[in-house]
Design a protein around this ligand. Structure first.
Ligand SMILES: [Zn+2]
Length: 106
């Protein structure tokens, strides 16, 4: 699958990465096909390269944390494949099933 990787300041490049698999992941995990992303204010230092120390390239997907997409696979009892989804940076990363803010598009 394709992912965006910040290879040097202000330059995202599409790269091939392995498709994530949930396997026996705990409740509440998702695989989401990304539809859109944004660069928020907290991403700007990484995006411009002003955050020190920081080396390039960043891991694929970093520093993006605001995005929207479609659930492909999930272990959540609250979501199903095909649901629209967007994370809320104010909720905990490990508990999408416990926060209604993680639920969109139903
Ligand atoms: Zn943000």
């Amino acid at each position: 699958m394709k992912a965006l990787q910040l290879t040097h300041p202000r330059s995202f490049v599409p790269v091939d990465v392995a498709m994530p698999e949930l396997g026996s992941a705990p409740e509440g995990r998702l695989v989401v096909k990304t539809g859109s992303v944004s660069i928020c204010g907290s991403d700007i230092p990484s995006f411009t390269g002003s955050r020190q120390p920081q080396g390039f390239p960043l891991p694929p997907g970093a520093p993006i944390h605001e995005c929207a997409g479609t659930v492909v696979e999930t272990t959540s009892s609250l979501l199903s494949p095909g649901d629209s989804w967007s994370p809320s940076p104010t909720t905990t990363r490990d508990s999408p099933s416990t926060s209604p803010r993680w639920r969109h598009g139903r």
